[in-house]
Design a binder for this molecule. Sequence first.
Ligand code: SAM
Length: 445
Amino acid sequence: MKLSEIAAILREIGVSPVKSLGQNFLHDRNLAKWLVDQAAISPEDFIVEIGPGLGALTELALAKGARVSAIEKDKRLVQFLREKFQGDALEVLHGDALEFDTRMLYAQPKVKLLGNLPYYISSQLLIKFLEYPSPIYLWLFMLQKELARRLVATPATSDYGALTLLVQLHHRVEYLRTVPASVFLPKPEVDSALVRVTPRDPQEFPACNYKVFEELVRRGFSQRRKQVGKLIRHAVPKWEIAAAELGLNVKARAEELSLQQWIALTNYVAPIAPASSEAGQEESFSIVDEFDRVIGSSPRSQVHANNLLHRAVHLLIFNSAGEVFLQLRSRRKDRHPLLWDSSAAGHVNAGEEYDQAAARELREELGIQIPLENIAKLTASERTDCEFVSLYCGSHDANLRLNPDEIEAGQLFPPSIVDAWTKARPQDFAPAFLECWKIWRERNS
Ligand code: SAM
C-alpha cells in the first residue's frame, strides 16, 4: 500500500490514526512484501495476524493462498477489512488480541503468527503468544527496535535481561532487519525491527522447572547492579557452594550468566529426578495373557522390547466447565516424549490392581486424590502399545501439582477442540490417548 493510498483510504472511511491503539500504518509496499516473504507462507498455512490495520500485510498473506484470521481492536477498521476482502479466505475477528484464546489454534494444521504489533502492548503480546507449549510454528513480529534487541541479546550486554531468557528458553530469535520510522503513517517516535521466532528443539537443553526458572531469573534481574547470589539467597542459601559446583563466579551479576547456566542453576534449586532407566532402577510390570489374566511380571525394558502384553491406566480429569486437562509428556520419557496424552497415565506395576495404579498415577503425576469412575476397558493392541488399558474419569477444579519428572506442561481444553485437534493432527498425541478419547467421545456425544 502506498502512502497516498493509505491517506486516501483513511479519509474515505473517516478514520484518523489513534495513537493509544498504536496505529502506525506501513506504507512501503516493497518492505511489506519482503517482510511477508520471511514467513515463507504457503497455501497449507493458517495465518493469525495481530492488528491488521488497513490490511497491508493481510493482503500479501492472502495472495500466498493461506487462510488468515486477523484480530483487530478498532471496529472501524474491522468493517473496512471485511468489506475490502469480502470473499477472500479471511476472517476478521473484532477484539483485543490479548484476550484471544490460542487453544483453538491446536486444531489447525500449521499456524504462523504475523504482526506489526501495536507498540503500547508489544511486551504483553509477546509473553502471551510465545507461551510454551504452543500450536504456533513461526512468529514474525515488527517491534520497537529496543524490544527486538532485548529478545536477541547475549550475556554481559545491557539488553540482556529477564525477557531475553524467558523467550530464549523455548525459542530461537532472529533479528532480521531494522525498519526506519519513515515507512509508517504516522511516523512513530522510534525505529522498529523485524524479528522471526521459531521453536527451539526441546532436546537442545536439559529440562528444567519453568516456574522456578522464571522466579530465579526475575529475582536475579530485579536489581541489575547487585550480585545474583545476594538476590536469590532465599532459593540458594549456600550460594558459595552452589556457585563452586556450577562453575559460576561467586560475585557474578545476573547478566553474566548464560541461558545454559540459568538452566543449570534452576536444576540445582529444583532438580528433576533422573528417568528411572537413567537412575539404574527398573520398574516391574504385571504381564498378562490375551484375556488380561496375570501370568507373571517382567522388567519394563523386557516388556517393551518383547512386546509383552501388560496393563496400563489412563485418566481423564475434567473441570466443572467440562474442559479436560491434557498433559504434554516429558521430553525425557523413553516412549512418546513430547506428545500430548491423557491427564495422567501409567503402567500397572507388578502386584498392583488397576484401581490402585489409577490412584497412584493421579497422586504422582498431578498431586491430587479424588474419586475416579472406571468408564471402559480397552483391549491390548498395537495402537495401545500392547497394553490393556483401564480408562477412568474424574472431576477436579483446584490447581494441579504437575510432576516435572513426568510432565513437560499441561493445559485444559474444551472437548470440541480436542475433537478437531485429534482429527487434524493425530501425530501430536500418544497413540493410546487417541483410543481413549474415541471411547470417551462415543459415550459423551
Ligand atoms: N498491520 C497494519 C500495518 O502494518 O499497517 C497495522 C499495524 S499498527 C502498528 C497496529 C494495529 O493493531 C492497528 O490496526 C491497531 O488498531 C491494532 N490494535 C491495537 N491494539 C490492539 C489489540 N489490543 N488487539 C488487536 N489489535 C490491536
